[in-house]
Structure formats: C-alpha cells, structure tokens
Design a protein around this ligand. Structure first.
Ligand code: KE4
Length: 429
C-alpha cells in the first residue's frame, strides 16, 4: 500500500504537534507504523492522502453512527453556517437539542452543553462534589472519562494503549481523592464506602466499559452501584459519552433501566462536531452558574453548528428501524468473526455490546482492566496491519472499541468477515 504522502506529512507533523497528532491514540504508537492522513469520509468509507480507501470501524471514535458526511447533516450544516457560526448568546437550537436529549433520557431533567466529553465529566464531578460537600470520587481501573486531572488515574483508552496507567502532572492531592476499583467488582466498591462512608461524592462509571476494549457490565453490577451510592448519599454518574444514543436511543440507562443522578454525553450528540453535555436531576443541575454557586462556562458551548449536527443526527436515529438495523449488522459481524476464529487455533474473544465490538487476543473474555490488559497486543498489532492491507481501518489499539454505523452495508460486513478470516489465518502460521 502506498503511504508516501502520509509518511511525509507525519514526518513534518511531528515537528509541530507532539507525536504528530492532536490525540495520542491516533499516532499508531500501540500498533506501529505510520498513521494515515485522511482527506475525506463518505458513508462507511474513509480515504487517505495517498488515495487508499478503507472501510472505517473507528468512525471518529464513536460520533459518526450515521456514517461520514451524512447528506441530512451536511445539508443542515451548510444552511447553518450561512447564518453564522457562533454568537456567544442563547439560540433556539440549544433548546431544541436539550429537549430532544431530555426526551430520550428522562433522567436528564436539565443539562448543560459543553465542547467535549472531558468537559462534561470534569464539570459533573465538580457538581457532585459541590452537591454532596464531599471530595472523593470512585472510578474504575480501565475506565476512561477524558483527561481532567483527577480522572487520569488508572485510566483506559490512550493511557491503556500506551501503558501509562497514570499521567504525569496530576498533583498527588488530586490522585488521593480518586479511589479506584476493578470494573464489575461491586464488593470492592462496597469496601471503599465502608472505609470512607461520608467522604465519597460520586461513583463515575461507563455503564458499558469501552476504553479497555468493550467489557459489558456483569448482571447486578450497575444495580449494586445504584444501591451503594443511594445508601451512602453519593451520586451515581453514568459516563455515556460512548453509550449515549449508541447502546440505544435512550442510552445504556434505558437498556438497563437504571436512573443515574448525573449523565455525561458527547460524540453522537454533536453529530461529528465538538460537543459534550452533562445533566441530571433538576435540584442538582440548578447548582450550576448562573443559577447556583458551581461555576462552569465555555465560549463555544452550545454553538449553532454543533447543535445543528446533533439535532439532525438524533432526528435520523429516532426512527424505529435504526437500532434493530445496527444490531443486525453487529450480530452478523460478531457471528462471522467467531465462526472464522473457531476453525483456527487462535485465542481470541469477541466482546460486543450493541454496535460496539472488540476482538480481544485473550484466552478468556475480559471482565475488567486486569484481564483485558493480559491481551496479546503484539498479535493485535499484526492483526491491525493485516486488516489495513485488506482495506479495513480498525481501531489502532487493543483497548478501544470498533464502531459500526448505519452506513456499513451487508456487503461491507461480508467483506470484513472474509478479510478478518484471511488475516487471522495468516496469524496462525
Ligand atoms: P472527549 O474529551 O475525547 O470528547 O471525551 C472523553 C471521553 C469521556 N468518556 C468516555 C467514555 C470516552 O470514551 C471519552 C473519549 N473516548 C476516546 C476513545 N475511547 C476518544 C478518542 C481519543 O482520545 O482520541
């Protein structure tokens, strides 16, 4: 595959941008090789600067559930941008999207739009601390909630990818207030509450973990967290930046029937433009300035372009046939991979939740960060590059999810299964 222009651009990009990228996981550090510089996306496809075409299973790490440059979104954005890009003043668009989000997830009686998932979780934790008057928070090893200081402790996603369990630069005083438990281990959380019965402000959890690879919650885990937080006067925060409008139109909270106190959103609600949101019970959210003493602000929060893309995306998702279609494609892909792999003596496990999927190079399906971290990342790297040569752009990390969109056709899925079969066969030789 010709990568000449990507190589040239990557060489120069490393002069100006740390690692040549604006987000670490894009740098292919975990899998090696030259990251592809992309020129455009269309439906399920992306195209790089050397004219290579790929079926895209990264989908910009989740936002593009409709696929790239969806006509309805593009048309609406073209019209919106002609009206102006940002006003720094209220617009009806923010109200429209807020109404749609709240209708989809009634636990968000009120919400605030921000510009990234990181801002959403950072603000939600500040709010939880203010509401409870407590300082400690509980997160899960391998859980990734963006790069706010206190959350970069035993985090997943790029930190897991780069084997950086914690980040430098986080003051010890912040890390001390972040307690970590293994995912799917509610007993460990109970012990933290017994040890700090009146000091924990919140438990923040990905209701379906997707930053250590996809690790679904075991039966009862989320119910236990709901019970423990209620019993001890702490808030339960669902980080649905990935699962929101992905797991279902009502998010993972709709699937599991659990009402968190606060929810963080991002990705899909911006339809591919920068956005995040946090929301929950009115009595909690009214503590946010200007109605309350918890400050949070943002120049481009709720900007007309992100709101427009989000509105159009949610409109397209709020149709009865959408999630069954995504589920069918995902089940077909999972089934095809499992069948192919079963005929080979390779230790791989497919972990799927809705249209999120990870192929783990492990002997048993991971249930937490420790078991996921035992995956054979060297074999995964060979798998990744094998797929790239087959024209498939898989997430460049064992500890990320592959995303299926409405733009992935039956033919895309069929071809992907065949290509994965060829690559896995090549790996066992
Ligand atoms: P952003 O700040 O990247 O918009 O969102 C942070 C975030 C919060 N919560 C969850 C559950 C997330 O998965 C994320 C970000 N996801 C990663 C991919 N796993 C973004 C990709 C990247 O870091 O480049």
């Amino acid at each position: 595959m010709n990568l000449e222009n990507s190589r040239k651009l990557f060489q120069e990009a490393q002069r100006y941008l740390p690692g040549g990228v604006d987000s670490p996981v894009r740098a292919f550090k975990a899998v090696g090789g030259t990251p592809l510089f992309i020129t455009r996306g269309e439906g399920s496809r992306i195209f790089d600067v050397d004219g290579n075409e790929f079926i895209d299973y990264v989908c910009s790490w989740g936002p593009l559930i409709l696929g790239h440059s969806h006509p309805q979104v593009v048309e609406a954005l073209k019209h919106a941008v002609e009206q102006g890009t940002t006003f720094g003043a209220p617009t009806e668009l923010e109200l429209t999207l807020a109404r749609m989000v709240s209708a989809a997830m009634p636990s968000l009686e009120m919400l605030r739009f921000v510009n990234s998932g990181t801002e959403a979780t950072m603000s939600a934790l500040r709010l939880a601390r203010a509401f409870t008057g407590r300082d400690k928070v509980v997160k899960f090893a391998g859980g990734y909630h963006g790069h706010a200081d206190g959350l970069l402790v035993k985090a997943g996603s790029g930190l897991a990818t780069l084997s950086l369990p914690d980040s430098l630069g986080v003051p010890a005083s912040y890390a001390r207030n972040t307690l970590v438990a293994p995912y799917n281990n509610s007993e460990a959380v109970a012990q933290l509450f017994q040890r700090y019965p009146s000091e924990i402000a919140a438990v923040i959890v990905e209701p379906v973990a997707a930053n250590m690879g996809v690790v679904p919650p075991q039966p009862g885990f989320l119910d236990d967290l709901r019970r423990l937080t209620s019993d001890y006067g702490a808030l339960l925060i669902f980080d649905e930046v990935i699962t929101g409008f992905r797991a279902a139109y009502g998010g993972a909270q709709g699937v599991f029937g659990i009402t968190p106190d606060l929810t963080c959103l991002g990705k899909i609600i911006g339809g591919g433009l920068p956005v995040g949101a946090y929301g929950g019970k009115r009595e909690i959210m009214e503590m946010i300035a200007p109605t309350g003493p918890v400050y949070q602000a943002g120049t481009l929060s709720g900007n007309p372009l992100a709101m427009t893309a989000g509105i159009e995306t949610l409109k397209a998702l709020n149709q009865p046939e959408v999630y069954p279609r995504l589920e069918k494609a995902a089940v077909q892909l999972e089934k095809g991979i499992v069948e192919t792999a079963s005929s080979l003596n390779l230790k791989i496990n497919v972990s799927r939740f809705a249209s999120l999927l990870t192929i783990f190079f492990t002997a048993t399906p991971p249930v937490d960060y420790e078991s996921a971290f035992g995956a054979d990342t060297a074999l995964f790297s060979k798998f990744f590059h094998g797929l790239l040569a087959e024209g498939i752009y898989w997430p460049p990390s064992q500890f990320e999810a592959a995303f299926i969109s409405l733009a992935h056709t039956d033919e895309d899925i069929r071809y992907t299964i065949e290509a994965i079969g060829r690559v896995l066969k090549g790996l066992q030789n």
